[in-house]
Design a protein. Structure first.
Lengths: 501, 322
């Protein structure tokens, strides 16, 4: 009951006309930022922080605007994934796997509506979870030390083989390329620069957004040039725009499961939204009875990662608010925003500043509803992007990619790097090597390495430390099963096929 | 209400256009993305400088992230060496990286440090249920068996958080510093989480990172690395009181290009000193968990040279630099 009255207070703070106006503006801006390749939730929020200051917004209004942008970007990332096979940001990566095949089959609008609903379910339930369980859930973070985190990442990589390709060896090679790239930059444990060849720009490592835009958007342009536009992957058929009620109902358990997995991944400070969507997808693929359509446009393959990544976005707010530990890149930026507003998140935030916490939660709920209402009717608009001929669309995408990446660091070096990734993606596509595992390697490689090395420092090099807790052992068992099981089950389920794309 | 927002929005656009057009305005480079400590330094000090009339025009803030501040440093040294309208945010991280040759061969002598006017004091923290009651307890435990204690901090191995522990151990008479176990995490909050969970035994960080956990009763602060106890936290003893003579703070300050005239240097240090003494700055420090720390001009340059020398020596000892 107390929670409800606190929440009501939160709404009374957040539901003023001007704040509602800011929420709508933030949602639209966020959706656009999320949909543009190269601009993701974290740099979207970072770019808009100075705006919040120059407008002279108070703490609540600034929070309403920023959370609307944050959730908007999480929604928007899926749009370019589905329509163009180019993930708008890193958590939307997994949505390309089934979303794009669906669009190619003429079901682009279905995929967009379904993923919008899945995003809503994930984000909404995660916000409820945040309200009810935040102080308690914060304790989960204490249970995860370096050994547990290492096992968690291992689990993610061991289920990789069956995900992005029908050829496990090629997926493994791709993951290794990604892990190799993630080694570039300052070694976090010794401070020594690795593989930078003395280049200052590489000291911070390779930004995964540069890799994503290069491997997806720029590669697409190269393929287009090679085929003179005849054979380009773009130019998807338009379908009728209806609300796919049947598909939504079919995915209800998928959404709930994925929300749960995504939320937990979000709550763990070391994991984040990308891991959330990835784990949700792989869990869904191994749980459902008939998974032969995954990777070819299965509706559940669209719903799972979207529910997962939006739930993770909500989950990531738990450690951010209760421990001051950001669970993802975006929450790190939101944390910085709170600090500049003289609000220090931490164990006492819920008692010290209930107005801020409940105002934030209320604005999350508002942003969610606004996004659902905006997104479903806007599908018509988005789908029309596809009727733009590729020779107009592709240069446009290229231009946006360049601007997006340049806005990250303001350095032309990143642009060259992006083109390099584009060339690499082109040759890998010729060799049928999937690029999704490369991105995951870059995204998770550093964290996994850091966890292992921290564990080894703590234990003085004693490897049994990696199995020193029940959680760690459980994750190891799941990882080994996840890696081995597909090899034995493969013959029974289906034969390996060539990649169609 | 709606109208005011629209008006402000329009004003914001006009303002930013106006700023871009005013070529004579001074610039403050924050060598990181918006939201971090360097960004705070530029925005807050720049704003107060203008508000109290120490400069004639508003100071424009530019974010130039990359190489842990190295990109901005190289930019200033190579392209803006005589620009008298330029100030750059700096902190102890800048000094540490310069001492460890992380800026591609550049040294602290390639620019002129202007001063520091506030600092986040260094602290050593343990979980509330840890057996160590004082800094001496903890250091004795390390001396008796270095493998029994792992320190966690928010900076990489060889970073300032790590070096603070090594300085303290050095003063306590422990020389085998390579045996000290340290893990670097993504931030102070992360490190404290690991300590509360029992994965590590102690945390080395900054005061602002631990305040929330201190209030909630999850942690105990064993020592603070300042000359005097911090106002508002009077029950936390300094390391000096416990016989460990270490002053280690994360200072917030500025540097300017080396090639500017002595008058320009003097003008900027006067402006910085005026900010440091203003009430606006005192309020900003309090809101952001900073403690008073005031060294401006040649005094700061001399102090910093000594700090950088000690960091370089320690870094050689632990093998972070050759």
């Amino acid at each position: 009951m107390e929670t409800l009255s606190l929440l009501a207070d939160g709404f009374s703070v957040a539901l003023t006309p001007s704040n509602l106006f800011l929420a709508v503006v933030g949602c639209i801006l966020g959706t656009v930022i999320g949909a543009l390749p190269g601009l993701g939730p974290s740099n979207g929020v970072a770019i808009l922080i100075p705006l919040a200051f120059s407008l002279g917004l108070d703490a609540t209004a600034a929070l309403v605007l920023m959370t609307a942008v944050y959730y908007g970007a999480m929604y928007g990332g899926r749009i370019s994934s589905i329509l163009l096979n180019i993930p708008g940001d890193e958590p939307a990566l997994m949505t390309t796997l089934d979303g794009y095949p669906m669009a190619k089959a003429g079901r682009a609008s279905d995929a967009l509506v379904l993923s919008g609903v899945a995003s809503f379910v994930g984000a909404f339930l995660a916000t409820i979870g945040l309200i009810l369980l935040a102080p308690m859930l914060a304790r989960i973070a204490f249970l995860f030390g370096p050994a547990e985190y290492f096992a968690l990442y291992l689990l993610a990589f061991s289920t990789l083989g069956g995900i992005a390709s029908n050829n496990q060896a090629k997926a493994a090679i791709a993951a290794c390329i990604g892990l190799g790239i993630s080694m570039i930059g300052l070694d976090n444990n010794t401070g020594i620069a690795r593989l930078t060849m003395g280049e200052l720009h590489l000291m911070d490592g390779v930004d995964f957004l540069v890799a994503i835009v290069g491997l997806f958007a720029v590669t697409e342009v190269f393929v287009f040039i090679e085929s003179h536009g005849k054979n380009s992957a773009l130019g998807v058929k338009l379908g009728k725009i209806t609300i796919p009620v049947k598909d939504i109902l079919r995915c209800k358990w998928t959404m709930l499961r994925s929300t749960f997995i995504g939320f937990i991944a979000g709550v763990l400070p070391g994991a984040g939204a990308s891991l959330g969507s990835f784990m949700a997808y792989s869990a869904e693929k191994s749980l459902v009875r008939d998974n032969s359509q995954f990777g070819k446009g299965d509706v559940r393959g669209v719903a799972a990662p979207e529910a997962g990544n939006n739930a993770a976005a909500g989950g990531a707010l738990v450690p951010m608010l209760t421990l001051g530990v950001p669970g993802s890149g975006t929450t790190a930026v939101l944390l910085a925003l709170l600090m500049t507003l003289n609000i220090t998140p931490g164990p006492t935030l819920f008692t010290d500043r209930p107005d801020v916490v409940w105002g934030l939660i209320a604005s999350l709920l508002i942003a969610n509803v606004v996004l659902l209402l905006l997104n479903v009717p806007m599908v018509r608009l988005f789908v029309h992007i596809l009727s733009v001929p590729p020779w107009v669309l592709l240069p446009g995408v290229t231009m946006i990619s360049f601007v997006g990446i340049f806005s990250l660091s303001g350095s032309t070096f990143d642009l060259l790097l992006m083109i390099g990734f584009g060339a690499m993606g082109f040759f890998l596509r010729k060799l049928d090597v999937p690029t999704v595992p490369i991105i995951l390697g870059i995204l998770l490689g550093n964290n996994m390495e850091d966890s292992l090395r921290r564990a080894m420092v703590i234990s003085g090099g004693e490897w049994t430390y990696l199995f020193s807790s029940g959680i760690a052992i459980g994750l190891w068992v799941a990882a080994v099963l996840g890696f081995v099981a597909p090899m034995f089950l493969r013959g029974k389920i289906r034969k390996p096929q060539a990649i169609t794309d | 209400m709606l109208k005011t927002v629209v008006k402000r929005l329009a004003a914001g656009v006009v303002l930013s256009v106006g700023l871009a057009g005013a070529a004579s305005a001074a610039e403050c480079i924050a060598p990181a993305n918006p939201g971090g400590g360097w960004d705070f330094t530029c925005r807050t000090i720049g704003k107060i400088m203008y508000d109290i009339g120490a400069v004639d025009e508003p100071i424009q803030v530019t974010n130039m992230a990359g190489g842990g501040g190295g990109l901005a440093f190289a930019h200033v040294v190579n392209e803006r060496n005589t620009d008298e309208d330029l100030i750059v945010a700096a902190s102890s991280a800048t000094a540490t990286r310069l001492a460890q040759n992380k800026y591609g061969g550049a040294t602290y002598k390639d620019v002129r440090f202007l001063g520091a006017i506030g600092a986040d004091p260094g602290v050593i923290v343990v979980a509330a249920d840890a057996p160590y009651q004082s800094l001496t307890d903890l250091l004795d435990a390390v001396k008796a068996d270095p493998t029994s204690v792992t320190f966690a901090g928010g900076s990489a191995v060889g970073g300032y958080d790590h070096l603070k522990v090594l300085m303290a151990l050095g003063r306590a008479g422990f020389d085998d510093i390579r045996a000290v176990k340290y893990i670097g995490l993504d931030g102070g909050g992360d490190a404290i989480t690991q300590a509360i969970g029992g994965h590590v035994q102690a945390v080395t960080g900054d005061m602002s990172e631990v305040v929330g956990f201190l209030k909630s009763g999850d942690v105990r602060v064993l020592a603070v690395f300042t000359d005097d106890r911090i106002p508002g936290f009077d029950d936390i003893p300094t390391a000096k009181e416990q016989g460990i003579d270490v002053v280690a703070v994360n200072w917030r300050g500025l540097y300017v290009p080396k090639g500017i005239s002595e008058e320009a240097y003097q003008k900027w240090s006067d402006a910085l000193a005026a900010v440091g003494k203003s009430d606006e700055w005192k309020a900003a420090m309090e809101a952001n968990g900073l403690a008073p720390f005031f060294k401006v001009g040649p005094e700061f340059e001399g102090w910093l040279a000594g700090v950088i020398e000690e960091i370089a020596q320690l870094s050689r000892d632990i093998g972070v630099i050759q």
